[in-house]
Design a binder for this molecule. Structure first.
Ligand code: MN3
Length: 213
């Protein structure tokens, strides 16, 4: 089965004012949709056309040379955005606040605190704002422990260290491509990242963490 564009789990305007409706429409309907279309076109008529998105990005080495690049970028983009929509929710209605339970314990263990000086939020924001050009910041689970990393373009930690420069299971991802924020924030990526915390769905991140263990 070809890859398909998932529906957003909320309305385009649901993340206002932190992420504007027009950005969400273009980001989901144009950018994410293009990754799906381009991945499907690259794989049409090949033995890989029925592979799942997860298989595609975790087994890039099994693809022919001329397919590896397009799949890395476009199946990667599909996987990354599919997670991105899910780990956000309307501010005050599933979005924002702080993690609880086992996730909070793991964050404190790895980074000292959630939102204290030098803690998780500061380090994660630095990974996002410090990524030169386009890419992602990640919170990665590895053997029950957490790490922060960032990747260029549409690389994903699931692609493995040799390709993505990091590995493990991403449980939270932040898109820092300009298309994710430029209409509202222009060059002010740090403002976008600061606002984005208001729409992070920590319940979903906790669910991802539980599954990743
Ligand atoms: Mn994007």
């Amino acid at each position: 089965m070809a890859l398909t564009l998932p529906n957003l789990p909320y309305a385009f305007e649901a993340l206002e004012p932190h992420i504007d409706s027009q950005t969400m429409q273009i980001h989901h309907g144009k950018h994410h949709n293009a990754y799906v279309t381009n991945a499907n076109n690259a794989l049409k008529g090949t033995p890989f056309e029925n592979w799942s998105a997860l298989d595609l990005i975790t087994k890039l080495g099994e693809l022919p040379d001329d397919k590896r690049g397009p799949v890395r970028n476009n199946a990667g983009g599909h996987v990354n955005h599919s997670m991105f929509w899910e780990i956000m929710a309307p501010a005050g209605n599933g979005g924002g606040g702080a993690p609880t339970g086992a996730l909070a314990v793991a964050i404190n263990a790895a980074f000292g605190s959630f939102d204290g000086a030098g803690g998780f939020k500061e380090k994660f924001a630095a990974a996002g704002t410090g990524r030169f050009g386009s890419g992602w910041a990640w919170l990665i689970a590895k053997g029950g422990k957490l790490e922060i990393a960032s990747t260029p373009n549409q690389d994903n930690p699931l692609m493995g260290k040799a390709i993505a420069g990091c590995d493990g299971t991403p449980i939270l991802g932040l898109d820092v491509w300009e298309h994710a924020y430029y209409l509202k924030y222009q060059n002010r990526r740090p403002d976008y990242v600061a606002a984005w915390w208001n729409v992070v769905n920590w319940s979903k991140v906790a669910e991802n963490f539980a599954k990743a263990k």
